[in-house]
Design a protein around this ligand. Structure first.
Ligand SMILES: Nc1ccn([C@H]2C[C@H](O)[C@@H](COP(=O)(O)O)O2)c(=O)n1
Ligand SMILES: [Zn+2]
Length: 159
């Protein structure tokens, strides 16, 4: 008899996103993303980090200070890295991401043709960035739903 405690596809893809997040050097928030096509194939992964050439040891991880002295000026977000890392089209795919996309990543998600977002944490809910992201996703008809490992707890823009 086959074992019954195996991971569901959703748990597997969010698990890969979560493992990817563990590569991040951000001391405060580690984010991972996993892009999956309609054949359930993982086509790309990414996590938040500095761009090539920007050393994790010399560029700032600070949250506060002048623009050039904080991480926000330099970090490439997990979703952006996953889209950029893809070696095939991401159009029509689903992105599993450990944190709801910010408004900038939302633009990339929409423009790259990703059709669905499955996210875990929504810790920046109620921020202006989140509101803008929701506005764009709803206008574009991109679906999004929250999942807690194994359990889908919220669905928006269903088929
Ligand atoms: N959807 C997101 C949102 C944020 N990030 C990155 C950008 C930063 O490295 C970090 C957020 O830092 P915090 O302000 O919480 O200290 O997460 C991302 O990759 N994807
Ligand atoms: Zn972002």
């Amino acid at each position: 008899m086959k074992r019954s405690e195996y991971l569901s596809w959703e748990e597997y893809f969010m698990g890969v996103a979560s493992l990817s997040a563990q590569r991040s050097k951000d001391p405060n928030t580690q984010v991972g993303a996993c892009i999956v096509n309609d054949e359930k194939r993982i086509i790309s992964i990414g996590y938040n980090g500095f761009p090539r050439g920007a050393s994790d040891d010399t560029f700032p991880w600070e949250k506060e200070g002048g623009v050039v002295d904080t991480k926000y000026a330099y970090v490439v977000h997990a979703e952006a890295n996953a889209i950029l890392n893809a070696r095939t089209t991401v159009s029509g795919s689903t992105v599993y991401v450990t944190l709801f996309p910010c408004h900038e990543c939302t633009k990339l998600i929409i423009q790259s043709g990703i059709k669905e977002i499955v996210y875990a944490s929504n810790k920046y809910k109620n921020t202006e960035s989140h509101k803008a992201a929701l506005k764009m996703l709803d206008a574009a008809g991109v679906k999004y739903r929250q999942m807690e490992f194994g359990e889908i707890i919220y669905v928006k823009n269903p088929k």
